[in-house]
Design a protein around this ligand. Sequence first.
Ligand SMILES: [Mg+2]
Length: 286
Amino acid sequence: MPDDLATTTGLDAAALAHIREALAARPRGLFSDVDGTLSPIAPTPESAALLPGVADLLDRAQQCFDVVAAVSGRSAHDARRMVGLDTITYIGNHGFEWLEPRAHVATPISEAAEAHILPEALPYQPAVEAVLTRLGAELAPRFPGLRIEPKGVTASVHVRNTPDPAAAEDAAYRLASELAAPHGLRVTRGKLVVELRPPVAVDKGAAVARVIRERGLRAALYLGDDRTDVDAFRALRRLTNEGACRGVAVAILHNEAPADLAAEADVTLDSIQRVPALLRWLLTAI
Ligand SMILES: [Mg+2]
């Protein structure tokens, strides 16, 4: 029953009507962050797994959305391995790389050749690797459990499993900023993670806006739970105000969600457990 589906989203009638109305135009896109949005936050990135049924719902969503894309801080390949669908788009590394839906070709393409890397970012890869090596050498002995993750043109330092994550994050952020400055690299903070990036103006918002522009989308819904998703929320708002594309920003709240997330969103889900319910409702309601 559609009414039961609506109830399970936890959203009121006005919010659901707003989503339905905003997504009336075609072509339209469904964009979703992965960690904390489609998969509960896990102790390590490797142990994270999608909520039951979500991959199937994303697959089915291709019947009513012209573009379905997962948008992640993970590498695009890692995001695809995690979601497990070949047919959708993966925007990885916060927009520095992406994978198109895999064409049904007989000859397998090598993974490395398959990812599209933002050309402006490529020259910074050696500097990212050099700074990451120094960070690992200096921080790992001081903070047991600290994990260094090279991701090509970007890199992450995870502090979740250190004894004092706040202290480790502060130390990682300070040292990363100091080491990155001579190379002109940017240092950002996420959820118990410090990240190194090329000084190229790309984020989840710019990446989503590019897909919207290239595919001529007239409507788009974005699901996200973290600071980096706010960039996508803002991009959707800008496109909506320009009349280019109606956007709906959906915030997923949990106890690690940043304070400004809900304020920047059009709709707020009170738990990640509501995400499958919203996807299920979208399949019947739009
Ligand atoms: Mg997230």
